[in-house]
Design a protein around this ligand. Structure first.
Ligand code: GLC
Length: 535
């Protein structure tokens, strides 16, 4: 039987920013539950929730201090259970973000580990007498000196996120217990955070430099795939559970090693999703490259925004037509799509002129390191804005009230005054809105098996237009994405119907089809292998 996730579209919810249910200004489970009907109507099938466990939130929940609880900001275990039940009742699956690589420095395990060199949990983390040159991914050294025991501990991210020692089998078993707990609570799988970091090279050799540090020995190390196979085997004992891995790499050669038979079900294809500026040819090359590199047990993922990156609408120039083209690609090309909350209404990035408003540890570190390197406050603020991931973490814009859905002066994140005010309220009844376009795309995807799992009959990039045919059985769908500002003409020698366009409702055609500038078109018909000719 076809696995459910192969036919699913996921939606990422950044916990504090989606919907506040109790008026404290922080998103929570009660809030998300109250929006399940919205999500159902949007047409998504699965939710990925960023970490919701108790955490000091140095890195907003990616620093877990208790793997068995719910952070009080997000509600209670009962709220979580109600949410899962209500989601399942609507046919929406839920995957939990799980951080296996590191714990918060406040976690009991680390407190014990740091209490003495002789403690049985000392070896649960990575302790060394001397640091090497490894840098943290947030900047600065990856080693922190502990004056009580006179050793350094390793942290690939903030010093409050301490790397576990996965070479120690006790760590693995402790984490299997954690996974068991949440699987039994009813989650449908996990998004595994920085999963290619689980092993570091035990030679602890210095990393080389090429202008900046090359992370040669601190990720993608020998043995990591074995651990991943063990995790996959463990989780897949439970029927129908899904694993998506965050493999922090844009290299297809690396990414492809982590998914497929006996491994993770899918990984995030940063090679496709994380282009800094829009480049049709580069995008096309990555789609083709992925298609060629993956074997028949591997499926790509399609995403262009997340809580770690700029929203694609802003990154690619702020243009709505372009954002609709990207959405059309995400929801019709081959792969499992992950929509980032708010992209469906075209929410923009947020940039600030006030450093004290930045909450993200990466932004704050960037600022401090820039000042330290002799930059002025103004220059350091530019660096902070570049590095800060708060840009895509502002609150979901449900309506146009002063703080768009969140109360004033709250501890976490209000929509800034100068936010680009697109709202669900304004778009929900507008058939030409971004939201309606997403809904239409999701509906089409549901109605056409070839859009869910059809193979490419062909995939081309001609003159700034990416187009492809996907087919399943007799069904053939032609998707044409004109990423240029010019109108184009195609000769299509087949009987076709327009299913959806981002720019019009009707197609007038003879032998030639006109593609408007920046138009996404989805057509259905008896389209043969070479029936599309460029004009
Ligand atoms: C992942 C998360 C990111 C976090 C990092 C460290 O990349 O997506 O938000 O900062 O891991 O846990």
């Amino acid at each position: 039987m076809m696995k459910w996730w192969k036919q699913s579209t996921f939606y990422e919810i950044y916990m504090p920013s989606f919907k506040d249910g109790n008026g404290d200004g922080i998103g929570d489970f009660a809030g998300i539950t109250s929006k399940l009907d919205y999500l159902k109507e949007l047409g998504i099938d699965g939710l990925w929730l960023t970490p919701f466990y108790p955490s000091p939130k140095v890195d907003n929940g990616y620093d877990i201090s208790d793997y068995y609880g719910i952070d009080p900001d997000y509600g209670t275990m009962a709220d979580f259970e109600t949410f899962i039940q209500e989601a399942h009742q609507r046919g929406i699956r839920v995957i939990a973000d799980l951080v296996l690589n590191h714990t918060s420095s406040e976690h009991q395990w680390f407190q014990e580990s740091k209490s003495s060199k002789a403690h049985p949990k000392r070896d649960w983390y990575i302790w060394r007498d001397e640091p090497n040159n490894w840098e943290s991914f947030f900047g600065g050294s990856a080693w922190e000196f502990d004056s009580e025991t006179n050793q350094y501990y390793y942290h690939a991210f903030a010093k409050e996120q301490v790397d576990l020692n996965w070479a120690n089998p006790e760590v693995k078993h402790a984490m299997f217990d954690v996974m068991k707990f949440w699987l039994e609570k009813g989650v449908d799988g996990f998004r595994l955070d920085v999963i290619n970091f689980l092993k570091v090279n035990d030679s602890f050799q210095d990393n080389p430099y090429d202008e900046e540090q090359i992370h040669l020995y601190d990720k993608d190390q020998e043995g990591v795939l074995t651990v991943i196979e063990e995790i996959a085997e463990f989780v897949h004992q439970y029927p129908d559970k899904f694993l998506v891995g965050e493999v922090g790499s844009e290299e297809l050669d690396i990414l492809k090693q982590y998914s497929g038979l006996k491994k993770l079900d899918v990984v995030f294809n940063f090679n496709i999703g994380s282009m800094a500026t829009f480049d049709t040819e580069k995008l096309y090359q990555q789609l083709v490259g992925t298609e060629q590199a993956y074997d028949s047990t591997q499926i790509p993922t399609l995403f262009f925004s997340s809580h770690d990156m700029s929203r694609h609408i802003s990154r690619f120039g702020g243009d709505e037509d372009r954002a609709k083209l990207v959405a059309a690609l995400m929801l019709t090309a081959k792969g499992v799509p992950f929509i980032y909350f708010g992209d469906e209404i075209g929410m923009r990035d947020w940039i600030t002129d006030d450093i004290s408003k930045i909450k993200d540890v990466q932004g704050i570190m960037g600022y401090q390191l820039a000042l330290h390197a002799g930059k002025s406050q103004e220059e350091a603020l530019v660096v902070a804005n570049e590095k800060s991931r708060d840009k895509s973490r502002t609150a979901m814009q449900w309506n146009s009230h002063a703080n768009v859905g969140f109360s004033e002066g709250v501890p976490w994140i209000t929509v800034p005054e100068d936010a680009y005010k697109v709202t669900v309220e304004d778009q929900i009844h507008d058939s030409e809105s971004m939201l309606s376009f997403y809904k239409n795309l999701l509906k089409l995807r549901k109605e056409h098996s070839s859009l869910q799992f059809g193979e490419y009959e062909y995939l081309r990039n001609v003159d700034g237009m990416i187009y492809f045919v996907r087919t399943n059985g007799f069904e053939k769908i032609l998707v044409i994405l004109n990423f240029t500002d010019q109108q184009k003409t195609l000769e299509i020698d087949a009987d076709i119907n327009l299913l959806l366009s981002s720019r019009r409702t009707k197609l007038d055609r003879g032998a030639f089809v006109t593609i408007l500038a920046n138009e996404a078109m989805i057509l259905k018909g008896d389209i043969g292998n070479d029936l599309v000719k460029e004009r």
